[in-house]
Design a protein around this ligand. Sequence first.
Ligand SMILES: *[C@@H]1O[C@H](CO)[C@@H](O)[C@H](O)[C@H]1NC(C)=O
Ligand SMILES: *[C@@H]1O[C@H](CO)[C@@H](O)[C@H](O)[C@H]1NC(C)=O
Ligand SMILES: *[C@@H]1O[C@H](CO)[C@@H](O)[C@H](O)[C@H]1NC(C)=O
Length: 256
Amino acid sequence: MNLFAPLTFLAVLVSSAAAAFIPLTAACIKGVTFEGTPKGVMKTINGVNTYVAKAHRPSDPRRALLFLTDIFGLPLVNSKLMADDFAANGFDTFIPDYFKFNMTAWLPNHGETQTFPVLLATIEGLKKEGFKEFAATGYCFGGLYTTRLSQQNLVKVGTMAHPSLLTIPDDFTTLLANSHVPIQINSAELDVAFPPATQAIVDGILADGKYEPGYNRTFFPGVAHGFAVRANLSDPVAKAAKEGAFFAAVEWLRAH
Ligand SMILES: *[C@@H]1O[C@H](CO)[C@@H](O)[C@H](O)[C@H]1NC(C)=O
Ligand SMILES: *[C@@H]1O[C@H](CO)[C@@H](O)[C@H](O)[C@H]1NC(C)=O
Ligand SMILES: *[C@@H]1O[C@H](CO)[C@@H](O)[C@H](O)[C@H]1NC(C)=O
């Protein structure tokens, strides 16, 4: 898919520009498109172009789940199909389009100062629609925003898989100091962006009851960065890990 080729260059640029952070690595370009037709609809919410997947049987009609995509955003169908999966599990799920996908403009235009206000606008818009509380599930680039929303207590519960662009350990010491949001990280053995050594650092800050609101980290051997949202579903190990991360996220969101 020719969407991916220019991103090799982009990923290298981003990782060298952000050396102090968990980078968006070249591994981030690996992607397999899931098969299926999204069932949701596009809607403008408070000015934000948003994919909406309504819960089949809402478990909590007051709560909205924000699905925070990887760098491929809405053009890669995987995220929409996964939002549909969350909807099938009882969550009203929203994917705010925090990119207008433009390769040339992407890098200077998708820092936190551009991206975070889009999320805040989506939350404000959904409040006007009657939602009272929010949850977040973030992937790769979106993991940063699960973390930000949690640090600022703007969500009730957060989950993320293979996050990138975080500052270690600062982002988690900040979470520990400021947040009352239970947080889950679905991690992989072969993730060069969030490797086992980094996973251990985060455990050192949050695990074993150190983070009172609640911390859960799952670990999937034999899979790499992107496994939770860009898995090759013909590969049984990759498929099991992708589904394992999904169901762990559903359990975590339901539990909180
Ligand atoms: C993408 O961004 C570049 C740089 O800002 C701009 O010149 C170009 O017109 C944009 N392309 C589209 C399709 O918006
Ligand atoms: C997906 O996995 C299958 C089974 O292992 C393999 O044959 C195929 O080449 C893989 N596809 C991609 C795009 O990696
Ligand atoms: C994290 O969640 C997974 C999936 O729900 C569960 O199997 C695991 O026991 C949890 N781990 C901890 C340390 O609570």
